[in-house]
Design a protein around this ligand. Structure first.
Ligand code: HEM
Length: 361
């Protein structure tokens, strides 16, 4: 599709598909022409707002997510990973449910300062937020949108209560920091804090789970890479970057045209919906030599799996760190991984998430 129709109209879903690297990047770096604002379902969170409001909000939350701030989490992430792996016997394990799912959920829950006993709810809510319709019918679409709205409301209620508690008695956690943060004397509203908490759960959990599971998928599909990582553990950061490029946890990013514009010899009209397929851009041979080859030494590796431009993933340093620690722990503890015979991985049903539901290894 990228070679034959780098930009094409999808008349079934009434939107433009953009597949080539240059065009995807052009969309992501021009928020004036390609807006992130969504309807009511999107809400008012960082992901779905444009400048100038976007910069104000992003500056407020940025501090908690700088590589330096995230580096301080290393001992705790290692401890959580080790505890999770202590809990499995190492012969039969379900990578997704035993390890790759709880790890990011616990990390985000602890960052926000939510009580430990609420974690199972988080997993449930974040699953619903990324789930796709069972089929392409209008009924299935409406059903999934209803479920999503319900989950958003439940999450908003949950955080609303927690915020009231933290406003009275602040703790050393992200929610208390967000409530106290000010730029030019302006504070976040309670609604903005709630939206941000919901966004972190929706944006940070399943994506990181899939990064870990997709990396392990590569190791099972190309076992020679297991030996290579065992011999040269310093390759792990490059391995994580290449996993992001090769099997991106988010394969597509949506935008709306704010004006009539030409892109890739096609004319978009104001209001047109656009899907920027980063999964396709990451394999564009005009940017990546031998794009279908997995190469942990690929340098540079300008994949767009964390987006590009002003909405570049806020959680990228955290996701990279969790991915690195997860892979280090798994390869340290186990000499060899393989999928049991006859076990096909079941993909997650989603039009924008790439990962597997279950992963017995
Ligand atoms: C934005 C991917 C992990 C929080 C994004 C975007 C992508 C992305 C593609 C840009 C979306 C757009 O342009 O519309 C990923 C992937 C992850 C990951 C692949 C894991 C491998 C995380 C984590 C967190 C997080 C761990 C936080 C704990 C966010 C936030 C935004 C964002 C808050 C919005 C930034 C903005 O609009 O300024 N992410 N993400 N993400 N991500 Fe991530």
């Amino acid at each position: 599709l990228r070679q034959q129709t780098p930009v094409r109209y999808d008349s079934v879903r009434n939107c433009w598909d953009v597949f080539s690297y240059g065009e995807v990047q052009r969309i992501l770096k021009d928020p004036k022409t390609f807006s992130s604002v969504r309807g009511a379902a999107g809400g008012q969170n960082l992901l779905f707002i444009d400048p100038p409001k976007h910069k104000q909000l992003r500056d407020l939350v940025n501090k908690a997510f700088t590589p330096k701030a995230i580096q301080g989490l290393v001992p705790r992430i290692e401890e959580i990973s080790a505890d999770l792996l202590d809990g499995v016997d190492g012969v039969d394990m379900n990578l997704v449910s035993d390890f790759a799912t709880p790890l990011p959920v616990i990390v985000i829950a602890e960052l926000l300062g939510t009580p430990a006993e609420d974690r199972a709810h988080f997993k449930h809510w974040s699953d619903i937020l990324v789930e796709s319709a069972e089929d392409e019918s209008a009924e299935a679409y409406e059903a999934i949108m209803r479920k999503r709205m319900e989950a958003m409301q439940e999450l908003a209620q949950y955080f609303g209560q927690l915020i009231k508690v933290r406003s009275r008695i602040p703790k050393d956690d992200l929610i208390s920091a967000l409530l106290a943060a000010k730029i030019d004397g302006v504070q976040l509203t309670e609604h903005e804090v709630i939206s941000f908490c919901v966004l972190l759960l929706a944006a940070g959990n399943e994506t990181t789970t899939n990064l870990i599971a997709n990396g392990m998928r590569v190791l099972c599909e190309q076992p020679e890479l297991q030996d290579e990582l065992n011999r040269s553990p310093e390759l792990i950061p490059g391995f994580i970057e290449e996993t992001l490029r090769y099997y991106p946890p988010i394969i597509a990013i949506g935008r709306t045209a704010t004006m009539d514009v030409e892109l890739g010899s096609q004319r978009f009209k104001t209001g047109d919906q656009i899907i920027a397929w980063v999964g396709a851009a990451n394999r564009d041979e005009s940017v990546f030599a031998a794009p279908d080859r997995f190469d942990p030494r690929r340098m540079p590796n300008p994949h767009m799996s964390f987006g590009f431009g002003i909405h570049f993933c806020l959680g990228a340093p955290l996701a990279r760190l969790e991915g690195k620690i997860a892979l280090q722990m798994l390869t340290n503890r186990f000499d060899q991984f393989q999928l049991p015979d006859g076990n096909d991985l079941v993909p997650i049903r989603s039009s924008f998430v790439f990962g597997v539901k279950e992963y017995p290894i």
